[in-house]
Every structure is written in structure tokens, then in C-alpha cells.
Write a protein that binds this ligand. Structure first.
Ligand code: ASP
Length: 359
């Protein structure tokens, strides 16, 4: 795996008591592990240096295996190849571990969590992404609380010994959010993530209160065979706005390398009805470009046909994204188009939830 730019720096923390769970902790980078460089800019720190700032980790009755990216990165540099590095690591180690915690920058955490929710669907294990708004080296950091609570959630088991949260999530600032419903909404305050159109899966305070009815049930017949996805990269996001030109629309829709588009529309899925715009959409659909309608609104859902300003999209063959987020929609397009050759089947897969990303 190291040829792929991913080095396993493995060392274990073994509790002196019988460990209640085995946890795999993967460090990819992000603010949580950053420190100031000589030029004063924040850059990712080495993993071992980072852990020195959180000695509390040694007090848990857990056995923790640490794995780090060879070069920890700012999550703005994350690409599908890195998703696969994480998936490969999980495939290599998951059998001996009850839960997985992934330290990741917040900027693209919702994309990675969405992508991994599809790729690891059926694994039936807690996969908890977390990070921080302030580096772990800073006294007032949020890293400590985020990491320690994520470890607790990843190791939580029911009376039957099954995991309490057998799905991909983000834990941040006291809230546990389904990974493919998460959106980064705040770059300064600690409440970086929100859950779009879905309840929180848990909240932490004096204790961790789980919202059992919203958590994906443990599937006894779960599929633990992990396949490395072939992410299809010919996708794009096209937000509409008043004054958008034909040239801008065609640059995306009339581009032979683009086969999947998230069309970010107004309100409940509306866009202009001008003849040129409608014909750009129709031509793209005729050329088997899979267009998914996702709203620019932060809440609610797409209801194609409710207004005349969305009926033309429905008629043209645009697929309704219902209440999916842009992050979950674009990664789902990459996942589906990477494995599905038939246009019709790909449309059907976009309409159906894979793992709770749409209602
Ligand atoms: N730029 C950082 C990153 O996404 C921000 C963060 O981690 O909060 O890696």
C-alpha cells in the first residue's frame, strides 16, 4: 500500500484491563493534527506528535490500532484515490476490530463520509469520522472532545454484543450525524456540521443519548465483503442562478467527458423555463447524461412537477434527487456510474436509497 502513498504507521495502545473493544484509528490529516509551520501557516503534523497532546486516550479500556496516511493532508486535497486508501485499510483491518474512527479535515469530510457509506454499505460496523476546528495543540481545542467521544461511540455495543451504530457517521461538537446526510455549515464556530433532512443519530452531554429509531439497524446477514469502487470521474455540479448563460450551461452539459450532473436548482427543484435552457437539458438527456435535481435550499426536498418551473425538467428526463445533499448526490453519481453501464439502471439506482442518503 505504501507505493500508493499510504504508509501504515501502526502502533497499539493496549489497556491494562480487558479491552471492551478493538478500535482502528485512521489518521488522514486535517486541522485536528495541524501545527504552525515556519511560515506561520497551518500544516498537518506527524501522527505521533499529535497523540502526545491527548494522553487521555491511554485511559480507555480499549485496544487501539493506529494507522496514518504517510503524508497527512488537508482535506481540500482529498480525492477518490484517498477514499480507496481508507477503504483498503478498513478491508485489511476490519475483521479484528469492532469499530473504526477516521480523523479527517472538515472541509471535505461530508464527501468522504458519503462516498464511504456507499462503498462500505453492509459492513455493519461503526465508522465514525471526526476532526476539529482548532488543532489539538491549541489549549481550547475541540479535538479532545470530538476524538474521545468518537472512540466511545465506535466501541458502544448493545446487550447482544452488536454495535449500537453500525453505519458511517460524522461525530462533531456533541452531535452524531449520518455520514451521507452531513453538510459542513460553519467554518469558525465549533458546530461545523448539520444533518440535512434527517434526525441526529446521537447527542453527547453528560452521557451519550442515542436516537435508536433513526440509526440503521444491525443487519445479521450483512455483507462484509469489501470491494474497492471504481469511482467515475466524469461528473459535475451545475448550480443555476439568475443570469446564467447558455455558454456556462453548455460547458457542463455538452461536454463529452461529463456523464453525470448534479443540477443545483432553486426551492423545490425549480429552474428557468427559457427555450434555450430546456433544450440544453433535453439534448443532454438524449445523450444519456444522467442529471440529478438537487435543491440549493438547506432543508426540504425536490418535488418535480409541483411548479411549471420544474415540470419541464421532469418531462425532459431529469432525475429527482428528493432530499439528498449535493455531497451525497455527487459521490453517489461517481459510485453508480463507476459500476453501472446501463443508463436506465443507473437512473433507477439514483432514485433508490443505498443506505439512507435519501428519503
Ligand atoms: N482545511 C482543513 C481540512 O479540511 C479544515 C479542517 O480540518 O477543519 O483539512
Amino acid at each position: 500500500m505504501s507505493e500508493k502513498g499510504y504508509k501504515k504507521i501502526t502502533y497499539d495502545i493496549a489497556s491494562p484491563n480487558l479491552p471492551v473493544a478493538n478500535i482502528l484509528l485512521i489518521y488522514t490529516g486535517g486541522t485536528i493534527g495541524m501545527g504552525a509551520s515556519e511560515s506561520g501557516k497551518l500544516v498537518p503534523y506527524d501522527f505521533k506528535k499529535m497523540l502526545k497532546h491527548i494522553p487521555e486516550i491511554n485511559t480507555y479500556d480499549l485496544h487501539i490500532t493506529f494507522i496514518s496516511f504517510k503524508e497527512p493532508i488537508d482535506s481540500s486535497d482529498i480525492a477518490p484515490i484517498h477514499w480507496n486508501h481508507i477503504i483498503e485499510t478498513i478491508a485489511d483491518y476490519e475483521k479484528d476490530h469492532d469499530g473504526i474512527v477516521i480523523l479527517h479535515g472538515t472541509d471535505t469530510m461530508a464527501y468522504t463520509a458519503s462516498a464511504l457509506s456507499y462503498a462500505l454499505n453492509g459492513l455493519n460496523k461503526p465508522i465514525i469520522f471526526t476532526g476539529a476546528q482548532l488543532p489539538i495543540t491549541v489549549p481550547r481545542t475541540d479535538a479532545r472532545e470530538n476524538l474521545l467521544t468518537s472512540l466511545e461511540i465506535a466501541s458502544a455495543k448493545t446487550k447482544d454484543g452488536t454495535p449500537v451504530v453500525p453505519e458511517v457517521c460524522i461525530f462533531f461538537n456533541h452531535s452524531l450525524v449520518r455520514g451521507n446526510r452531513a453538510q459542513k455549515m460553519e467554518s469558525v464556530k465549533f458546530n461545523a456540521f448539520r444533518s440535512a433532512n434527517y434526525p441526529l443519530l446521537a447527542e453527547s452531554g453528560v452521557s451519550i443519548r442515542y436516537n435508536y429509531s433513526s440509526i440503521m439497524p444491525f443487519n445479521k446477514k450483512g455483507n462484509s465483503k469489501i470491494r474497492i469502487p471504481n469511482w467515475f470521474l466524469g461528473v459535475a455540479i451545475l448550480p443555476v442562478f439568475p443570469g446564467i448563460t447558455r455558454e456556462a450551461v453548455l460547458a457542463v452539459l455538452d461536454n463529452p467527458s461529463i456523464k453525470g450532473v448534479v443540477l443545483e436548482t432553486y426551492g423545490s427543484g425549480n429552474a428557468q423555463t427559457s427555450e434555450w435552457f430546456t433544450s440544453c437539458i433535453k439534448n443532454a438527456v438524449k445523450n444519456e447524461v444522467l442529471i440529478v435535481n438537487v435543491s440549493q435550499c438547506v432543508g426540504g426536498e425536490v418535488m418535480q412537477g409541483m411548479y411549471a418551473t420544474s415540470a419541464h425538467l421532469e418531462e425532459a428526463g431529469v432525475v429527482s434527487g428528493s432530499d439528498i445533499t449535493v455531497e451525497a448526490a455527487i459521490t453517489k453519481l461517481m459510485f453508480v456510474l463507476g459500476s453501472e453501464k446501463s443508463y436506465k439502471n443507473a437512473i433507477n439506482r439514483m432514485l433508490e436509497p443505498i443506505c439512507g442518503e435519501l428519503s
